[in-house]
Design a protein around this ligand. Structure first.
Ligand SMILES: *Cc1c(COP(=O)(O)O)cnc(C)c1O
Length: 390
């Protein structure tokens, strides 16, 4: 039986009545831009994460761009970004006016580490953008301590990690957004992705764990004045019509997206649990396969598996083999950002970031969406084992 990499139709079928009702609400009201649906989603997300502000914007890319623009970069200001992430992380940094400085990542978690940040830190570093790649949070305690000591702003890229959390470990300070929601694993000393850094970007792209019917994004923060600036930037830089304090842009979250996302939000925790069950089953079934390294989860991390990504020997052959058997896979990411043509002027070259460069040759993402059955996971794992036996 074929196993698709992702099938969003199954999710829609399962919750069709509530989503259709939400869409109809917006269509009947004929109110499509910002308004009560967007405000409702902002309220619900900030309550879920335990943050003080959530601002809906047009995409995850803009959710990175607008807080960066709010920092008013001066020429030469640097922002550290992992080289192993989706392009948008670095694209937003560039478009906001920062110079992207690429760092390497951990070979087991695929995330930035304290050492990888320190290795590229300079006097001009003003921002750090840790990415919670594939749904596991980067080590925020270490990152925040370093950034606070050196006066840098921390923008979390949680595009792939809504619902992920981590044991809070920033000295004796209480977590800024303590939450006792979700599973029993989450107590008061846990912090959600999006509630740890100075600001955070989420994406509601359809393939993310909370996906809309198109593009959408959200900025979260505890900082009142930053939230206010982002609210202005998304509507051309001024809250009073035809009066502009800054040059902003049009980056509004539309009401149809907000309504769909509100309908889906109550299911998010359950979907994450299903992803985690699938991941645990893969871990078990692939444990004996020498040629495969399954993803590592750091102690005190609640991984939400937007992707289940392994490191595989003979990756491209394995991928073709699975494809012939009707099994879909994803390849995130095939080229480090320091080697992208558009960043050639920054002087990155092969050999600079060895872990990233190895990962781009070895990573393979297996199907992990919530609606998969145990039988399908077993079939994928069996096909992987067969490939290495043959
Ligand atoms: C998806 C994604 C983004 C961008 O989100 P869009 O909504 O597609 O603009 C940014 N960073 C990471 C890590 C992502 O996965």
């Amino acid at each position: 039986m074929p196993v698709p990499f992702l099938d969003l139709k199954l999710q829609y079928q399962a919750i069709k009545p509530v989503v259709d009702e939400a869409l109809q609400r917006v269509v009947s009201a004929q109110a499509f831009i910002l308004g009560p649906e967007v405000e409702g989603l902002e309220r619900e997300i900030s309550a879920y994460l335990g943050v003080s502000h959530a601002v809906g914007v047009a995409s995850g890319t803009d959710a990175l761009l607008l807080p960066l623009k709010a920092l008013d970069p001066r020429p030469g200001d640097e922002a550290i970004v992992p080289a192993f992430t989706f392009f948008a992380t670095a694209g937003a940094v560039w478009n906001a006016g920062f110079r992207p400085v690429f760092c390497d990542v951990d070979p087991d978690t695929f995330n930035v580490t304290l050492e990888s940040l320190e290795a590229v830190w300079t006097e001009r570093t003003r921002v750090v953008v840790p990415v919670h790649l594939f749904g596991q949070m980067a080590p925020m305690g270490e990152i925040l301590r370093l950034a606070r000591r050196r006066g840098a702003f921390v923008l979390e890229d949680a595009a792939q990690a809504i619902g992920a959390r981590q044991k809070w470990d920033v000295g004796t300070e209480p977590a800024p957004g303590p939450s006792s929601k979700g599973t029993e694993e989450v107590g008061k000393d846990w912090v959600f992705a999006g509630a740890a850094g100075d600001a955070c970007a989420f994406s509601f792209f359809p393939t993310k764990n909370l996906g809309g019917f198109g593009d959408g994004g959200m900025v979260t923060t505890f900082d009142d004045s930053l939230a206010e600036i982002v609210r202005k930037l998304r509507v051309h830089g001024g809250l009073q019509m035809y009066h502009h304090e800054r040059v902003g842009t049009n980056s509004r979250l539309d009401a149809l997206q907000a309504a769909v996302l509100r309908a889906k939000l109550p299911y998010l925790e359950g979907w994450a649990e299903a992803r985690r069950r699938h991941a645990a089953l893969y871990d078990e079934l692939l444990a004996g396969v020498e040629e495969i390294r399954t993803p590592k989860v750091l102690d005190g991390n609640y991984h939400v598996y937007n992707q289940y990504t392994v490191r595989a020997q003979r990756r491209d052959e394995l991928r073709a083999y699975l494809s012939q058997r009707g099994i879909g896979t994803g390849l995130y990411y095939p080229l480090g950002l320091h080697l992208q043509e558009c960043f050639a002027s920054l002087g990155g070259k092969k050999g600079d970031l060895p872990v990233t460069e190895t990962l781009t040759e070895e990573v393979l993402s297996l199907p992990v969406f919530p609606e998969l059955t145990e039988g399908q996971i077993e079939e994928v794992a069996e096909a992987v084992r067969e490939f290495y036996r043959s």
